[in-house]
Design a protein around this ligand. Structure first.
Ligand code: FNR
Length: 367
């Protein structure tokens, strides 16, 4: 019943396979969004409100899709974003993603709530491979300080502080599935978890809801890693982030798993970049987007609007759960092939050539 890997032609195909073959609890945890999953659906649908205005007679014989993110060179402008509990989908967990990321020279963001230990994931890194740390901030700041210092010592090149989850969203599919077998090696520092509320709730009780802008200088004082706020959702907060001196933001609604009917990252991006350009601030901060990125055309749209890169979450989990390393490898390969072709068709041979004039965003801005 399991289709051969070669029968997966795009990232959605992995989702269809995963839905068939994954354990019910694991599928529920990975695939769920908050409440009625409207934001989760909109994340992808919003890309379809943007149309291309391709340029003709541009020499596109040689396509160069390499770029940098936070100073790290990468082969294509996407990264593997942080997703918790990798062992729900595959017995080896997050190190599968590490190996695939190495094959393709893409960056991996390591989740605080990984199933593998942080050190296992760093040990799986090869050569100059770049990893970032996603941080859930513990109420006990000494625990947080140790995690951050350890990550820097182990070579992490970016600190992504998740700011959209002072409390975990209500993911009913996950709650119904009565998570029981997931935790494995989660390093939350709290074993007295309530498993009746689904996997997400069970592992997140240590997160500090009192985290605020006042804490940012402290983070800057404990690390030299670039600091990025993950889960920024409006232009006012992006401007405030610039003023606070952070190095980047991820425009994200956590894959639609947090505030229901929050706007898509791509829509927020369309609002943010003009405001930064107006102030001449677009070089002061790197802007990333995640949520619903499934096609290279989605990546291209985000880059044309001004994003430095995009994060991709669920598709790699589904590829990993279905086919292991070869699955994630193929998913990344498919994106690269789509990217090369679509850069040609849009008339851009390098990442620097991507700009807003290649897009018609009237549909997005009209709502
Ligand atoms: C996530 N995400 C997430 N984000 C974070 O900061 N810390 C975390 O522990 C997790 N865990 C997590 C688990 C699962 C199963 C999913 C699907 C997502 C959010 C993630 O980093 C990212 O914002 C979204 O996944 C992007 O949307 P797509 O690509 O999944 O549509």
């Amino acid at each position: 019943r399991m289709p051969p890997l070669a029968a997966c032609y795009n990232l959605m195909d992995f989702e269809a396979v995963a839905r068939q073959i994954m354990k019910k609890t694991a599928w529920a945890y990975y695939s769920s969004g908050a409440d009625d999953e409207i934001t989760m659906r909109e994340n992808h649908a919003a890309f379809h409100k943007i149309w291309f205005r391709p340029r003709i007679l541009v020499d596109v014989e040689n396509i160069d899709m390499t770029t940098t993110m936070l100073g790290a060179r990468c082969s294509i402008p996407f990264y593997v974003t942080a997703t918790a509990l990798g062992k729900l989908g595959h017995p080896e967990g997050e190190v599968v993603l590490t190996k695939a990321a190495h094959r393709h020279n893409v960056v991996q963001m390591i989740p605080t709530l990984a199933s593998c230990s942080f050190d296992e994931i760093v040990d799986a890194k090869q050569g100059e491979q770049v990893q970032w740390l996603q941080l859930y901030v513990n109420k006990d700041r000494e625990i947080t300080r140790k995690i951050v210092e350890h990550a820097e010592k182990r070579g992490c090149k970016g600190l992504f502080i998740t700011v959209d989850a002072p409390q975990l969203g209500r993911r009913e599919k996950d709650m119904r599935s009565k998570f029981s077998d997931a935790g494995s090696n989660v390093q939350s520092g709290d074993d007295s978890v309530d498993r009746s509320q689904g996997a997400a709730r069970a592992i997140s009780s240590f997160i500090d809801p009192a985290l605020s802008w006042k804490d940012i200088p402290w983070f800057k004082s404990i690390t030299r890693m670039p600091i990025v706020l993950k889960g920024v959702q409006c232009v006012e907060d992006v401007l405030r982030a610039v003023e606070a001196g952070v190095d980047g933001v991820v425009l994200s609604n956590h894959g639609g798993r947090q505030l229901e009917t929050a706007r898509s990252g791509i829509e927020v991006l369309a609002e943010v970049m003009p405001a930064l350009r107006e102030r001449g601030w677009e070089k002061r901060i790197e802007v990333f987007v995640d949520g619903g990125v499934r096609r290279a055309t989605d990546i291209l749209k985000a880059l044309c609007l001004g994003a430095k890169g995009v994060g991709i979450g669920r598709p790699f989990l589904y590829a990993m759960s279905s086919y292991g390393l070869d699955g994630v490898d193929r998913a990344m390969q498919l994106l690269k092939e789509e990217m090369e072709m679509n850069m040609r068709l849009v008339g851009a041979s390098r990442i620097e050539d991507l700009n807003p004039s290649l897009l018609d965003t009237r549909g997005l801005l009209a709502g």
